[in-house]
Design a protein around this ligand. Structure first.
Ligand code: EPZ
Length: 438
């Protein structure tokens, strides 16, 4: 994690000088949304687990801190590898401080219910991209036999025993699918989740649980069957590559008219992103565990509608819209998952983009170029979009509120710099020091 000056608000920002075409190769880290589901799942084990390819990002570091407070014995074996022994965990309370405003803190409900039949967890936070209810999570817990109440602002779940059930999700929900899998893994009998999420991180969690001795079938389809088992043993597991981080670098390569080899990816997880990039004229070549992205002209327009996997991922919407903002034509972007995921659009208009947002759709009329400006990261993926905008803009772009970006992108400055980008992390503390020095 980048060093931060202690004692000050998070004053760091990114300063990007645009106009550099990205070239070279970049290696993708472990998937954030798989890691934040697998780490709480370790609580279900009767022994220690070794987890590899854990991304060094703030959401994951917060999750690890919370596990330590619960009583897990955690050792960092090397940069992205941890040994986690949950056998010493006695507490089932995840406070507001432990949750640190993360959406994934809700996964402690399913994991603690699954291993201790009790959980008391602060309401989840997460990026402000629309209402983020957990009614479908609670529906699953209650179907399994738990009682869920809100007590002093905490979500409290308890169950004498958990029994297999059938749950139909009223809306395709990644979080609810994860949480019900966690609570059902050691329940008595068969649990069937219908209308389940199909994201790669759902499959990764199921594979992790099965490596511990769980009996989960159908992950990756809309019907997941979980036959509860009495014991789950410790295991060794490596987290899948992050398809959203990979997609972000693919779009950045295309937007800067670059030529980048993106390594340590699962091309199948990138299919919808590859398809849409090709629609705009970008060349994408797929290898076994890499993709090469090349572009030497202005991208063409294309319409995008975000949908649950295998549709175009909502977490790639801001980044792709930034590419379209300099395209040759007018595109329509429709957000099919979240209520308000266009907050970044205003920031892009400060840079000269022409984006008209109307409810869940945005009409983007491509402009020849963006101009550097001082902008904010409204949320994690909006922040990624600002980075891409800075890379392609004329002049300098300063991006504030970058703690959002730290939540999901490991070694971002190092990775983009290695591709030729002119990007620095500046802490106002440095600036203050510089001023003092003069
Ligand atoms: C996960 O959020 C991801 N976060 C999000 O990624 C991602 O945007 C989202 O899935 C969709 O893919 C993590 O995995 C930590 P949902 P989650 O439950 O689980 C509604 C990122 O950038 N819904 O699939 O919170 C909900 O309001 C982040 O990495 C209910 O109505 O998303 C939304 O409209 C941002 N009731 C839709 O379902 C519920 O009980 C999808 O939400 C749950 C969800």
């Amino acid at each position: 994690m980048p060093k931060k000056y202690q004692g000050s608000a998070d004053l760091d920002k990114f300063v990007v000088n645009g106009g550099k075409r990205l070239r070279g190769r970049v290696t993708i880290s472990g998937a954030k949304n798989a890691a934040v589901a697998i780490l709480p799942a370790v609580l279900l084990a009767d022994g220690p687990c070794i987890i590899e390819n854990v991304p060094d990002i703030s959401d994951v570091n917060a999750m690890i801190s919370a596990l330590k407070i619960l009583g897990a014995d955690i050792k960092q074996l090397k940069k992205n590898t941890f040994s986690i022994d949950p056998t010493g965990v006695k507490s089932y309370v995840v406070s507001k401080e432990m949750a640190q405003g993360m959406r994934a803190s809700s996964y402690f409900l399913g994991a603690l219910l699954g291993c201790m039949r009790r959980a008391k967890v602060a309401p989840p936070g997460g990026c402000e991209i629309g209402l983020r209810p957990i009614d479908q999570h609670i529906k699953g817990f209650e179907a399994l036999g738990a009682r869920v109440t809100i007590e002093q602002g905490m979500v409290v779940a308890k169950a004498e025993k958990l029994g297999g059930c059938s749950v139909y999700l009223d809306v395709v929900s990644v979080g609810a699918t994860v949480n019900i899998m966690l609570a059902a893994a050691k329940a008595r009998g068969m649990t069937i989740i219908e209308n389940a999420a199909r994201e790669p991180h759902i499959v990764d969690l199921a594979n992790f649980l099965n490596s511990m001795g769980a009996d989960i079938m159908g992950a990756g389809t809309s019907v997941i069957k979980i036959r509860g088992v009495q014991h789950l043993k410790g295991t060794n597991y490596s987290i899948i590559p992050d398809q959203i981080e990979a997609g972000t670098y693919m779009v950045a390569a295309a937007a800067t008219k670059g030529d980048v080899l993106i390594c340590n990816v699962t091309p199948k997880h990138l299919e919808s992103i590859t398809a849409k990039l090709r629609e705009t004229g970008v060349t994408v070549e797929e290898g076994d565990e890499c993709v090469r992205v090349r572009m030497d002209s202005r991208p063409g327009k294309c319409n995008v509608k975000t949908m649950p996997h295998p549709g175009f991922p909502t977490d790639m919407q801001p980044q792709f819209a930034t590419l379209l903002s300099i395209s040759n034509g007018t595109s329509i972007v429709t957000e099919g998952v979240w209520d308000s995921r266009f907050r970044y659009a205003e920031q892009l208009t400060f840079m000269g983009a022409d984006i008209q947002v109307d409810g869940k759709s945005a009409v983007i009329t491509g402009v020849k170029s963006l101009k550097g400006a001082s902008v904010k990261a409204n949320d994690l993926r909006a922040g990624a979009a600002m980075i891409i905008a800075g890379l392609i803009a004329d002049g300098t772009t300063e991006i504030e509120d970058i703690e959002y970006i730290d939540r999901g992108y490991e070694c971002l400055v190092e990775k983009f710099s290695s591709l030729g980008a002119d990007i620095k992390r500046v802490s106002d503390y440095d600036t203050i020091n510089q001023l003092k020095a003069n």
